[in-house]
Write a protein that binds this ligand. Sequence first.
Ligand code: ATP
Ligand code: MG
Length: 202
Amino acid sequence: MGGTFDPVHYGHLIIAETARVEFNLDRVLWIPAGDPPHKPGRVRTPQEHRHAMVLLATAAHPQFEVSRIELERSGPSFTFDTVTALRERHPSAELFFLTGADAILEILTWHRHADVIHLCRFIAATRPGHDLGRLGTVLPARYLQCIDTIATPGVDISSTQIRERVRSQASIRYLLPDSVETYIQKHRLYADTGESPAAPGG
Ligand code: ATP
Ligand code: MG
């Protein structure tokens, strides 16, 4: 499960848990993106904050784990490199890459997408406002063969919306775990002071 997680919210948690149950996964590896290539210059929140929030959000789930694989690598975070590295680390594992509808519909823009699609299976989750039914018209058949879809209890929550709500001092309660909300307040994330927030501990 890759993402910017800026910040992590219940939309992410719901699709991860739904995929875990439906595919009987041993574990879900949460992979905060280092420097997402499709969001150049847009991710201002230091990766250590995004990583810390995912740790908080997933801590209580025994089958959720957080990976630093994209944080340890410099340069853009390409899914191709991440899945290739995971394959090497876990040669006998059956790997699935979990995305929401919006992300999978953009797979043709991904670096080395023709290779990525054969590296693992893909699970695409429904997301309000994005029509998974379009997959069949957007992607060639050989891509569709590698993608399973799951219906999730849709929640129309996005990190963008949460950042905007914090900026305008609207409530974000019940959109993400309390622990993450407390973290955002403590570190004054998304308050839009014009400066990037300091890294944790700083
Ligand atoms: P942003 O608004 O900053 O893009 P986001 O809410 O889309 O944030 P990401 O970190 O970009 O969150 O998404 C990580 C993954 O989770 C993507 O595959 C995305 O499709 C999926 N996802 C995010 N929010 C939802 C949601 N509410 N329902 C289903 N899938 C979601
Ligand atoms: Mg997104």
